[in-house]
Design a protein around this ligand. Structure first.
Ligand SMILES: Nc1ncnc2c1ncn2[C@@H]1O[C@H](COP(=O)(O)O)[C@@H](OP(=O)(O)O)[C@H]1O
Ligand SMILES: [Mg+2]
Length: 253
């Protein structure tokens, strides 16, 4: 396994353990807990990357954007807490730590998504993931689920579900929703209306590694390490559903 992939996994796991510790011992909750978690997880990720990959650039949700990344051959794209709202709320499993590595020649070349509340970290390797529950409640039936943002569900959510004979399920965190597809708890994750590169880079690296289809809602490729980090829409789905999903999402722009 590549040393970069191992490092991505180690960093996401370590930051996730720190976040669990902060949540258990800080006495904070809600927005205050989210703020503390963002800050301390970011510090851990930046310190470890500076020590172990001093020549690489970093793009983090919680750091000022250093534009030297635009000419760097390798850029780590990290989200110290994805699903900050859910992290701050007791009892949620749908929040994540994202660590991805982008290369100027090959795009996303390593990625890890930790789901700390479930004690698991997924890597962008091709190893199969056994079907699991834990993010979503056990479904009543066997209809495929389309996971969408709980706070900002896209207007086309129900139309996508109808197109694949499925149902809509709201869940926090882009990483958790992407991992719900990886884990077989959902068939597709669709988003529109706003997001940034750090929200999707690591989830997409992992999902692509597992053979899922990832792209924009108009069917085009996701492009990372752009000057403007706004990357507002996203589809991650089982490859056989790609055409049916895009047929709906591409007409809703
Ligand atoms: N309309 C929007 N504009 C900007 N960011 C958005 C957004 N909708 C979702 N996001 C971001 O995407 C991530 C997943 O959101 P959601 O849980 O709603 O699916 C969150 O990241 P953070 O928690 O890292 O801020 C959230 O801020
Ligand atoms: Mg995020």
């Amino acid at each position: 396994m590549s040393a970069d992939r191992v490092l991505a996994g180690d960093l996401a796991t370590a930051a996730g353990e720190l976040l669990m510790d902060i949540r258990a011992t800080s006495g904070l909750s809600g927005k205050e807990l989210g703020k503390a978690g963002d800050l301390r997880s970011n510090e851990l990720l930046l310190a470890r990357l500076a020590a172990e990959r001093p020549d690489d650039a970093v793009l983090s949700e919680e750091s000022a954007d250093d534009k030297s990344r635009l000419t760097a051959p390798r850029v780590w794209i990290v989200d110290p807490v994805d699903g900050t709202r859910e992290y701050g709320t007791g009892g949620h499993t749908d929040w994540a730590v994202h660590v991805a590595l982008w290369s100027a020649t090959d795009g996303l070349i390593a990625g890890a998504v930790a789901l700390p509340a479930l004690g698991v970290t997924y890597l962008d390797d091709p190893d199969p993931v056994a079907p699991t529950e834990g993010l979503a409640a056990t479904p009543a039936g066997d209809r495929p689920r389309v996971v969408v943002s709980a706070s900002r569900p896209p207007a086309f959510s129900q139309a996508v579900a109808d197109a694949i004979g499925g149902e809509v399920l709201q869940m926090g965190s882009a990483g958790a929703k992407a991992m719900a597809v990886v884990r077989g708890e959902a068939a597709a994750y669709v988003h529109a209306g706003g997001q940034y590169e750090w929200d999707s880079a690591a989830p997409v690296a992992v999902a692509q590694g597992k053979g899922l289809w990832c792209g924009r809602t108009n069917g085009s490729d996701l492009v990372y390490n752009r000057d403007d980090t706004y990357l507002p829409d996203l589809v991650i789905c089982r490859p056989e559903l790609r055409d049916a999903v895009i047929a709906v999402t591409s007409t809703h722009e």
